[in-house]
Design a protein around this ligand. Sequence first.
Ligand SMILES: [Zn+2]
Length: 136
Amino acid sequence: MFASLLRLLFLVPCYLWVAPWTCTGLLVGLICQTKGVEYAMHRGTLGIFGPGVARLLRKVPIAGGAKAMTLGHCILAVDRESWRETFSHEWIHVRQYQWFGPFFVPAYFMESAWQWFRGRDPYRDNRFERQAYKWE
Ligand SMILES: [Zn+2]
């Protein structure tokens, strides 16, 4: 009982802190709904995938597009298989969102810009991606 209450006291602020980006993920899911979307829950996150999301992820500016992308507690993926395949990587991004909250996306893009400015790869050399690839 006490452990459950303690867990709840930790989780509520955690979800609220990340809520702006989770809501953005939910909005993307709603927008993609007309093209076909499926949902799945896992480890406190919502997986959103299907043809509508796939169309969007193909436009992500990394080579060949992205298989998945995290927005708060929402993990957007091309399809169910990609969602399963990339979950451990995206889960690290969920943890990063939990640390940085609404500041995660600006911090991520500033880090990419910094790497690009230094002549490095803005995706592969981004410290958030390096951490995700290291711990996935
Ligand atoms: Zn990543």
